[in-house]
Design a binder for this molecule. Structure first.
Ligand code: BTN
Length: 265
């Protein structure tokens, strides 16, 4: 059975007081290439944000760094298109507010989600989901953003992954009971993250993002040298400090230059 639109809007209304997403702005699909690609096409055809696309499965789901996001039935595949007015330097902020917004809302449901730089949602050391954001840039300005989110609900996951349904043991009452409710929660989390960014500013957003970063203080090897992760910059770079007797240096690594592992147990 596919994603139920009526159920989704009921769940959304429970969470998002005063928020109305016109039914014509929400696109549901059974099987599709990628919800990010569909929203890009809808924007090109002149449809106005906010737009939401949700698919029961994707045949060419897009992951970070050109990877494919395996998207079998049972997972949440959701993209949101927004009108934005950001400078190109602020591009990493999309991922910061989305990842933080999703993590903080799931934590309210007793799901202790943390973040792995730059865009992974982590649960018990494993990957629960990820974010792939894309933008349209005109004259040095970001005008529109597409935030694509994949969350493992009941789908099969790779060895380093985890699904929400496998996280809850049989003797717990799950705080989230359907894919539609999960979709409404994730969408609300992204909008709350965006509101937080707009009202509190990027410095404050970065502070709260870093509080949820699981790798803070862990060691990482860069070009054969071991350093300590000390934070993330507003440009979305990972800050790493190298200590040597009598001196210490800090570098900032752009997203994609190194990959942090998982602490599976
Ligand atoms: C990652 O590599 O961690 C990011 C994965 C993002 C996957 C989601 S699924 C919904 C949206 N549509 C896509 O094609 N990708 C994103």
């Amino acid at each position: 059975m596919g994603f139920n639109y009526a159920q989704f809007t009921i769940e959304l209304a429970k969470l998002f007081d005063g928020f109305s997403l016109s039914p014509s702005s929400v696109y549901l699909f059974d099987t599709i290439t990628s919800t990010n690609v569909i929203l890009k096409e809808l924007l090109e055809q002149g449809h106005k944000p906010p737009l939401v696309a949700i698919a029961s499965q994707q045949t060419a789901g897009k992951g970070q760094w050109g990877r494919t996001w395996y998207s079998p039935p049972g997972g949440l595949y959701l993209s949101i298109a927004l009108d934005l007015s950001l400078s190109v330097q602020e591009l990493p902020h999309l991922t910061l507010w989305s990842a933080w917004g999703i993590a903080q809302i799931l934590r309210k449901y007793d799901i202790p989600v943390g973040l792995k730089w730059p865009n992974d949602l982590i649960l018990k050391g494993r990957k629960l989901g990820g974010i792939k954001s894309e933008t349209t840039i005109y004259q040095g300005h970001i005008q529109k953003g597409i935030i694509g989110i994949g969350v493992n609900w009941s789908n099969e996951v790779p060895p380093t992954g985890i699904s929400l349904q496998s996280f809850w043991t049989s003797d717990t009452v799950p705080p989230i009971v359907s894919l539609e409710q999960l979709g409404a929660i994730i969408l609300t989390g992204v909008f709350q993250g965006y509101d937080y960014y707009l009202s509190q500013g990027s410095d404050r957003l970065l502070e709260v993002y870093v509080q949820l970063l699981e790798s803070m203080g862990s060691s990482v090897v860069v070009n054969g040298v071991t350093g300590i992760i000390t934070g993330v910059t507003l440009q979305g770079e990972l800050k790493v400090r190298f200590d040597a007797p009598g001196s210490s240096t800090q570098i900032a690594l752009p997203p994609g230059t190194i990959s942090l592992g998982y602490n599976t147990y």
